[in-house]
Design a protein around this ligand. Structure first.
Ligand code: SF4
Length: 432
């Protein structure tokens, strides 16, 4: 760290920079100066953790390639929170959640093979398959495709049509809250276990599964703890940074991720200051925000607002619940992934649970407005936005509905609408 110790320090203040240490010794470190120091230290140390993570992610494709050359299988899967990555990890393979999107190049490329009525996220998965420019997408040995919405299912079928890697279709019961739904999913999870054992040649033992569940529980636990810090009026970590951490956890080595998240959590927890407390606090919800799809968060920040919590596949739905570690672990995984997590909009009876959960987030995170971020042609979320609009109106919570096709041309229009919304809600804080 710049300005690090140049004089003898007592142990408590060994890393205090010179200009602050002198005031401290004289007993005259003012409150402002102290906050300035702790803030600088927090930013600096969080920056180091982030830089290490950036380096790790830059080197990750090469690391995976090296593992692949040694015979380790890389198993990709589509997001949505229905593929238990613990089973893949316990087989000795490396699980990678394929969640890139947000750019126009892949959605444009997909038009060679799919129509525009497919949602941009699913088209991005087709485009990635066709362009083969992202290493993660071209190095996987198998794709696990959860049968969730029609769009993602069709994207997997395009991959299957090309026929060069194995596709395992993981059936997901849309009646997630029924006993036969759970039984069906338990059966499919066992089939996944059999398949990964066959492809890797390794048995998924109880011991390995238990280790994997512990590891991924730790990641989810840390993400949740960091997330909850955002209830603080000073907001010690911005949501764009938090979402990027969440995305990184889909690609990074899980042990490395634990170390990074521990460092970020400690620093954010000890931060004395953060964002301006008077900034309008917003909740972002919708189907998903892909790795690279940061436009909305950036526009909100530049308009003077702040997303303080998100209800998305790559957000609360991923890390809010952990997997129970007692009893039959396959059964625990099935229950945890299917029942305990908030259901996506393609599930039957999903809206009420997500509505209630959203209202609790509004209260807990002192939110003053909602941004519903939809993707073009995502009909399940689009139709649910009606219920949310009605319910939020009853609770007098302003809600803005935005839609994206990952194009570059809509940025100006989105900016205007976000700025107008933030102006409208400035000063409104919901404590109901
Ligand atoms: S955005 Fe909607 S349509 Fe697209 S994959 Fe997600 S849930 Fe399916």
């Amino acid at each position: 760290m710049k300005n690090d110790i140049t004089v003898q320090r007592d142990t408590e203040h060994v890393n205090v920079p010179d200009r602050y240490y002198a005031s401290l010794r004289r007993g005259r470190l003012s409150r402002t100066l102290y906050y300035s120091y702790t803030e600088q230290r927090t930013i600096e140390e969080k920056r180091v953790a982030r830089e290490d993570l950036d380096i790790h992610l830059r080197n990750r494709p090469a690391q995976l390639q090296e593992a692949k050359e040694k015979g380790v299988k890389i198993i990709g899967f589509f997001p949505g929170n229905y593929v238990p990555e613990e089973i893949i990890y316990a087989s000795g393979a490396i699980p990678i959640c394929l969640v890139h999107g947000g750019g126009s190049d892949t959605v444009d490329a997909s038009l060679e093979e799919v129509p525009t009525i497919m949602c941009p996220f699913s088209r991005a998965q087709v485009g990635e398959r066709l362009l083969q420019k992202t290493p993660y997408y071209r190095m996987i040995d198998m794709l696990v495709a959860p049968i969730t919405c029609q769009h993602l299912k069709k994207a997997a079928e395009i991959w299957e049509y090309h026929g060069d890697i194995e596709i395992f279709k993981l059936g997901i019961p849309h009646q997630y809250d029924t006993d036969f739904g759970l039984q069906y999913y338990v059966d499919r999870v066992k089939a996944l276990k059999d398949r990964v054992e066959a492809i890797t040649g390794n048995e998924v033992t109880g011991e390995k599964l238990s280790e994997a569940v512990g590891l991924y529980n730790r990641i989810r636990d840390l993400l949740r703890k960091i997330s909850l810090l955002r209830r603080n009026p000073h907001l010690p970590i911005r949501t764009l940074e938090f979402l990027k951490l969440n995305h990184a956890s889909f690609y990074a080595d899980p042990h490395f991720m634990v170390t990074t998240l521990e460092a970020v959590y400690e620093e954010a927890r000890n931060a004395q200051q953060g964002m301006d407390v008077n900034m309008p606090r917003l909740l972002l919800l919708g189907p998903n925000v892909a790795y690279g799809d940061y436009k909305i968060l950036e526009l909100v920040e530049s308009a003077g607002g702040e997303i303080v919590v998100e209800e998305l596949c790559e957000g609360t739905r991923y890390y809010w619940q952990n997997i129970k570690t007692e009893g039959d672990l396959l059964q625990s995984l099935a229950t945890g992934y299917l029942r305990d997590r908030l259901p996506c909009a393609f599930m039957t009876h999903s809206a009420k649970r997500r509505l209630d959960f959203t209202l609790n987030l509004v209260k807990d995170f002192s939110v003053s407005g909602l941004i519903w971020y939809d993707l073009l042609n995502c009909e399940t979320y689009d139709s649910e936005s009606y219920f949310f609009t009605q319910r939020m109106r009853e609770h007098k919570i302003p809600m803005l509905i935005l839609e994206s096709d990952y194009g570059t041309l809509d940025r100006g229009q989105l900016r205007n609408r976000i700025e107008a919304f933030i102006e409208q809600i400035s000063g409104v804080v919901n404590h109901d």
